[in-house]
Design a protein around this ligand. Sequence first.
Ligand SMILES: [Zn+2]
Length: 240
Amino acid sequence: MFQFTFKNIEEQYKQVKELGYRFITCEEYVAKKKNKEIKDLTVVNRVDIDFSVKKTKRLIDIFNRLDIKTTFFLRLHAPEYNPFSFENYKIIKHLIDGGHELGYHSEIIDQAAIWKEDAEKCLLRDIDIINRMFNIEIKGVASHGGMTGLNNLDFWKNKKASDFGLLYEGYDHQPEFNLFQESFYVSDSEWTRWKAYNRGELLQDDRRSIAEHAKDKHSILHILIHPDSYFDNHFYESEK
Ligand SMILES: [Zn+2]
């Protein structure tokens, strides 16, 4: 049976909820951490919109049905989608109106290399564009791992999110966030295989799903999924 269907991922999240976990966004995580309000069985739910805004709509619908607030990270320069196309803009507005968080899925090292522009200026300009386009103030960025051979996370090696008016970068080690290092992290970033890290350490060959991990009653569970990983029936169903 092919596991990575929209039907199955909805069932997975439903089971996590039934185990008593509460879902918060990355922005809420920063605020609650500051006020020492993080309770056991918290899920910080993250979605990276790598290739498809259209499929993101399916996840938004699932999360709205289950009343799960999520942080979505949007690319601005993907060859695969235009974030401001007529339909995609509507979907992103629908996401924001539903009370979810929108952050920026940054590719600033790639931009700097390909365009020969300054990475900091690219970051500030991209944030400004998202803010003005959707009339919001984004609080976080997460670095996209693309195919250029460069690592967009390298930008943050000697910089802090707060230097750019932000609360966090997805994998940052600042004590105000430091989520990856302080949580149990499960991701579908290998497309049709789950992988898990316990407080930043990879669990070799652990392919258990989010619902299976949730049964272990983790204090903070951090989930990252990608809309592109889900299908109605099988991996090869979509036509380009
Ligand atoms: Zn990505």
